[in-house]
Design a protein around this ligand. Structure first.
Ligand code: F1P
Length: 358
């Protein structure tokens, strides 16, 4: 039996999704007030390479952060899950020299993340930065320095504003490292304007989910948007117990499109860099009979023609500035699909807020 709007509006998850614009603004203020500079590991004059580590949502955050880091600094960066650092350490550091590690964990207590930080810092002797929303965490004890974003912490089990706030903070740190003050400013302007978009995103997604039911959910993105697509797939799985997958947009043609039916929802995170090529996949999946949802910053006639739903963010800034905001429509899709099934958003099935191993 579906949960009523009065009931779901009281949930911590709903309130935390709605709070994102304001929380981004306070997190960016904290960073400007210098929480950043002491935290950044010093690098010698050799160009560093970066290894971003996390588990679950924090791994997909690491993915989007690593792509943003390279695009903003020109320094090589990649993301691996905590478990890979522990089980395949040799794969973790093919880079010869000057590797820096960034370990991300909302709770700072996830065993795989804490143990990975310890291995990277103690055994591999890598300068290790922690990023978390919890104070005095086990992760902080294992890192050389830790950025703690208390304002972004949340009660809900699934990560929403912690994901976007930690991603925006890492983008800000990368831009600061590259002396790109213009990008840091564009994040602030984007954050101040985002809150005003939330109402229309909620109304559009609630109405769309209310009149559609799907068997399959597919999320597609390229470059930094691939990490967003992976997190979107996880959000819909966690919040609505639905079957959901993610792919690089153009990879979807190479086989996975076999699953497309009128009961398949395909959400496209459209970039600026790859728009023309991504649009051709959008049009093709529409022709195959899939239900297409376009998440973009600025829509055009071709996008509108090929989409059953267009979620236009209309925010100032380039594709990296608006990257984090692109995840919000899928948070709402997972939320409304779950409450539509009568699932309590604050108690997702089978999940705990932190995965602690013995
Ligand atoms: C990571 C995480 C969450 C997931 C669930 C369990 O937590 O995997 O992504 O939604 O809550 O924990 P953390 O290491 O970022 O605290």
């Amino acid at each position: 039996m579906a949960i009523t709007p009065t009931e779901y509006a009281q949930s911590a998850t709903y309130k935390e999704i709605l709070s994102q614009g304001e929380v981004w603004q306070s997190v960016l203020q904290e960073l400007k007030q210098g929480a950043f500079s002491e935290q950044m590991p010093r690098s010698n004059n050799q160009k560093p390479a970066w290894l971003f580590v996390g588990c679950g949502t924090s791994f997909y955050l690491a993915d989007a952060a690593a792509a943003s880091w390279t695009l903003l600094t020109g320094e090589p960066a990649r993301a691996v899950p905590g478990s890979e650092v522990l089980l395949y350490p040799a794969l973790t550091r093919p880079e010869a020299a000057n590797l820096h590690a960034v370990v991300i964990s909302r709770s700072g207590r996830t065993s795989e993340a804490v143990r990975a930080a310890r291995l990277l810092r103690k055994e591999m002797q890598l300068p290790t930065l922690g990023v978390t929303c919890a104070e005095e965490s086990a992760l902080e004890a294992e890192c050389d320095s830790t950025l703690v974003l208390k304002t972004a912490d949340e009660k809900s089990t699934v990560m929403t504003r912690s994901f976007t706030s930690m991603l925006i903070s890492l983008q800000w740190m990368a831009a600061k490292r590259a002396a790109n003050a213009e990008f840091c400013n564009s994040l602030e302007i984007m954050a101040t304007q985002f809150a005003a978009r939330m109402r229309s995103l909620i109304e559009q997604m609630e109405e769309f989910v209310g009149r559609n039911s799907f068997e399959d959910y597919v999320f597609l993105g390229q470059g930094p948007f691939h990490g967003i697509a992976r997190e979107a797939a996880l959000k819909v799985m966690e919040m609505s117990c639905s079957y959901s997958q993610s792919f690089h947009t153009l990879e979807f043609r190479h086989g996975p499109k076999a699953i497309v039916t009128p009961h398949t929802a395909l959400m496209f995170f459209l970039s600026q860099s790859g728009l023309q090529a991504e649009l051709e996949v959008l049009e093709e999946m529409k022709e195959l009979g899939g239900v297409t949802i376009a998440v973009c910053n600025h829509a055009n006639e071709n996008i509108r023609r090929a989409s059953d739903l267009v979620l236009e963010l209309n925010l100032p800034g380039d594709e990296l500035t608006v990257l984090a905001s692109h995840i919000v429509p899928s948070q709402l899709m997972g939320f409304f699909t779950g409450v539509g099934k009568g699932l309590n958003p604050d108690q997702p099935k089978n999940l705990t807020r932190v995965v602690v191993l013995d």
